[in-house]
Design a binder for this molecule. Structure first.
Ligand code: C2E
Ligand code: MG
Ligand code: MG
Ligand code: MG
Length: 288
């Protein structure tokens, strides 16, 4: 934080600054205290098998219960937390809370083998200390490593040096699963897929969005569908799992299933909800 001030980023008065900038800075300035006061909460979104409807995993998605603004979504503060460096502490909290919740689900529903999937910011993944952080969290919470999945974007995987991150091998050696988030939207070449111990590709929302929805199957040349088809084949050729993100309709889910996509996530299967609602869904013996 002091570093951010040292750069004069938040401290300098500039009449030219837009109202939006000022609001951004105010939000950023409030982040550290918010973490200390426990204002962050995790919601979990089901990741569901397209074959049998079983809930295989949940993705942990952080929200800020802001005293004045109400529930603030991560798109408004994760970037700020990355810029100020707070993402490291916030990310550790997310990791700890996710693994505690997942451990509780594992205790109550051992048969379910529910995986918790946690987003790692580039800055977290790029820090070699991440390996010890993850190992510590697993030890402290008692969560089996294979029930933790870490989601990284393509750019995070490539690291700041433009080289695939070495620590990913060490994370995989711990037994955790690694997923590429928003696959297909980054700029990286695919060479990293040959070299890294990746377990899962998460197909980015925009491809899924382009999959024909009810009554609108004559609009285009099914380009997105063909891309999804090709990406699923690529993933399976590499023995990776494929999750489709942002599945919003039953038609999309059905198409994705026939394209052999393994799992889906999105409003169709359920929005992100507090941990208790995931517990209730598991108690209900819910297939979906
Ligand atoms: P993401 O990892 O790609 O997460 C998926 C986003 O899609 C979530 O937005 C989720 O609520 C949203 N979504 C769910 N269902 C649907 C749907 O049917 N249609 C569409 N269009 N979107 C859907 P959310 O929760 O606002 O999170 C946004 C991003 O913030 C995440 O994208 C992730 O990159 C980041 N994020 C969230 N939590 C964390 C965290 O704990 N750490 C880090 N580093 N990043 C996080
Ligand atoms: Mg994600
Ligand atoms: Mg994503
Ligand atoms: Mg994203």
């Amino acid at each position: 934080w002091a570093k951010a001030e040292g750069r004069g980023r938040w401290a300098v008065y500039d009449p030219e600054r837009s109202a939006a900038d000022i609001a951004r800075s105010a939000l950023a300035a409030g982040l550290p205290a918010a973490l200390d006061r426990g204002e962050f909460v995790l919601h979990y979104q089901p990741i569901v098998s397209l074959l049998d409807g079983r809930m295989q995993a949940v993705e942990a998605l952080v929200r800020w219960r802001h005293p004045e603004l109400g529930l603030v979504g991560p798109d408004r503060f994760i970037g700020l937390a990355e810029e100020t460096g707070l993402i490291v502490r916030l990310g550790e909290w997310v990791l700890g809370q996710s693994c505690r919740d997942a451990r509780a689900w594992q205790r109550e529903f051992p048969e379910q083998r529910l995986v918790v999937s946690v987003n790692l910011a580039a800055r977290q993944a790029d820090d070699p200390a991440i390996v010890d952080t993850v190992a510590d969290v697993l030890r402290r919470t008692g969560l089996p490593a294979e029930l933790l999945q870490l989601e990284l974007t393509e750019s995070a995987v490539m690291g700041t040096a433009g080289e695939p991150l070495r620590s990913l091998h060490r994370l995989a050696d711990l037994g955790v699963r690694l997923a590429i988030d928003d696959f297909g939207t980054g700029y990286s070449n695919l060479a990293y897929l040959r070299r890294l111990p990746i377990h899962c590709l998460k197909l980015a929302g925009p491809f899924v969005e382009g999959i024909r929805t009810d009554g609108a199957d004559d609009t285009a040349d099914h380009r997105d569908e063909r891309i999804v088809d090709a990406l699923v084949r690529l993933a399976h050729a590499l023995e990776l799992w494929v999750t489709a993100e942002a599945v919003e309709t039953g038609t999309q889910a059905e198409r994705l299933r026939s394209l052999r996509c393994d799992t889906g996530q999105g409003r169709w299967f359920g929005p992100p909800v507090p941990a208790e609602q995931i517990t209730a869904r598991l108690r209900g013996g819910a297939v979906a």
